[in-house]
Design a protein around this ligand. Structure first.
Ligand code: NAP
Ligand code: HSE
Length: 441
């Protein structure tokens, strides 16, 4: 029998269609990578959208800065209005960072009918509610995949792929710069030198204080907690410590005890509400997060239907972040409607649990006199607060000792009361070092 032939659909040639105009706010590490990748993948983008995409204008602060020869004439401008008022620009990628004037400019873009995709976690973690309301009011989209963990599509996974699951925890390594630094420091590198290297590689924020103090990770945790738990968490709600005050002595002790030190961000749904925080944390070497090194990030998502899903990938860098920006551009141009903010019928206000009510295992390092009865006095203070000891290591030298205690999980409020009492004992010198230990796998 002759096989039946079906007519082949004739699709219009996407490369022949009128290009869609894009604007960039910022042409630095991320902005220039978006432009380069969009032009390198022009045909693929056109196949997805049915038309090619063209970056029409890119906003910079300093037009005189040397940027190589590859910049097209007329691409760069230092006048925001040239992008806002260009009717041929359909969507804008905000990749300049900062809170102001960025917030005001984004509101002006919405009012001009332009959708925006952003990589700016500090802005969203502070003004997300206002910006989403404005986007909704003007019937445009605001997408933000690139603001959290660069190339890892964690926003999309949480928002779209896990609708059927009640997510109970989001935890992991969400800052590439500090993970790069900690990995290099574990191999003996110097803090200042490795921070400078992370800046050179384009991982760090324009102000790297945000990376090393945990403020960058705190903004990302605020964003992830808001999506995962359908509530509003801002950066002000996220207690955070960074690696800037971490002593390499504690990294060495942790190593002796079988842990690596990672900057861990957490958001957990508990009976009373939501627990959030960022802190340098001892991670058992057998734990999946312990082996995540360099500028990579890893996010563990836990929930009823999903059990546990871990997403691992590059968490910083120009091309890596640009890939997420371009994914969002495709989402805006290839879809209709208002995107994320509209119609979240699950929105609710959950209370934030006070840090003292959280249960954690702690690492405690004390500088003590090396004499009989010292350990017993410390153990007795811990016992009075019902804090139980998991392991003890001591290094003695010249009549004094560095005493390291890892506790079993206990109320942080009780443990910190005990530590304050211990710090006041005449056997102790200086402030105790206290780090969290990731104890529940
Ligand atoms: P960057 O290299 O410092 O680039 C910033 C760009 O924005 C530059 O072109 C700068 O102009 C322009 N700009 C800044 N303030 C401006 C102002 N007031 N008016 C006009 N132009 C202004 O920064 P980046 O690393 O690309 O980061 C950009 C955004 O992406 C930030 O929100 C950052 O948090 C986020 N992000 C970065 C990464 C990463 O790995 N780098 C990853 C995820 C998210 P000039 O060129 O003239 O200075
Ligand atoms: N500075 C950030 C980091 C960039 O190092 O993770 C990615 O958000």
């Amino acid at each position: 029998m002759t096989p039946k032939r079906y007519p082949t659909a004739r699709l219009p040639n996407p490369m022949a269609a009128d290009p869609i105009g894009i604007g960039l706010l910022g042409y630095g590490t991320v902005g220039s990578a978006v432009d380069r990748l969009l032009s390198a993948r022009r045909d693929d983008v056109a196949r997805v959208l049915g038309a090619p995409v063209e970056v029409r204008r890119a906003l910079v602060r300093d037009l005189g800065r040397p940027r190589g020869d590859a910049i097209r004439d007329g691409l760069l401008t230092d006048d925001f209005a040239a992008i806002r008022d260009d009717a041929s620009i359909a969507v804008v990628a905000e990749v300049m960072g900062g809170v102001e004037p960025t917030r005001g400019w984004m509101l002006e873009l919405f009012a001009a009918g332009k959708s925006v995709v952003t990589a700016n976690k500090q802005l969203l973690a502070r003004h997300g509610a206002e910006l989403f309301a404005a986007a909704e009011e003007h019937g445009v989209q605001l997408r933000f995949e690139a603001s959290v963990c660069a190339a890892i599509p964690v926003v999309k996974v949480l928002r779209e792929s896990m609708v059927a699951s009640e997510v109970t925890a989001v935890l992991g390594i969400v800052n590439g710069t500090t993970n790069y630094m900690l990995s290099a420091m574990a191999a003996g590198a110097d803090y200042a030198a490795v921070l400078a290297e992370a800046q050179r590689l384009g991982y760090a924020e324009a102000d790297p204080t945000e990376d090393v103090t945990g403020a960058d990770a705190a903004a990302k945790i605020a964003i992830l907690a808001s999506i995962a738990f359908h509530t509003r968490v801002t950066i002000a709600d996220v207690p955070h410590e960074g690696i800037d005050r971490l002593d390499s002595l504690d990294v060495a002790f942790a190593d002796d005890l079988g842990y690596s030190v990672k900057l861990i961000g957490q958001a957990r749904r508990v009976e009373q509400g939501v627990v959030v925080g960022v802190a340098p944390t001892l991670v058992p070497r057998a734990h999946g997060l312990s082996a995540v090194n360099g500028s990579f990030n890893a996010v563990m998502l836990r929930g009823d239907a999903i059990r546990e899903v871990t997403l691992v990938g590059p968490g910083a860098g120009g091309d890596e972040t640009a890939s997420a920006v371009i994914g969002d551009l495709m989402g805006v141009l290839g879809t209709s409607g208002t995107g994320f903010p509209r119609g979240d019928g699950l929105f609710r206000d959950l209370p934030l649990v006070a840090a003292d009510d959280v249960v954690s295992a702690l690492y405690l390092r004390l500088d003590v006199r090396d004499e009989p009865g010292v350990l017993a006095r410390i153990a007795s203070v811990l016992a009075d607060e019902r804090v139980s000891i998991d392991s003890v290591v001591q290094r003695a030298e010249g009549g004094r000792a560095q005493l390291v205690i890892v506790t079993h999980p206990a109320s942080e409020g009780a443990a910190r009361r005990a530590i304050a009492t211990i710090a006041g004992l005449d056997i102790c010198e200086g402030d105790p070092v206290v780090l969290r230990v990731l104890a529940d796998g």
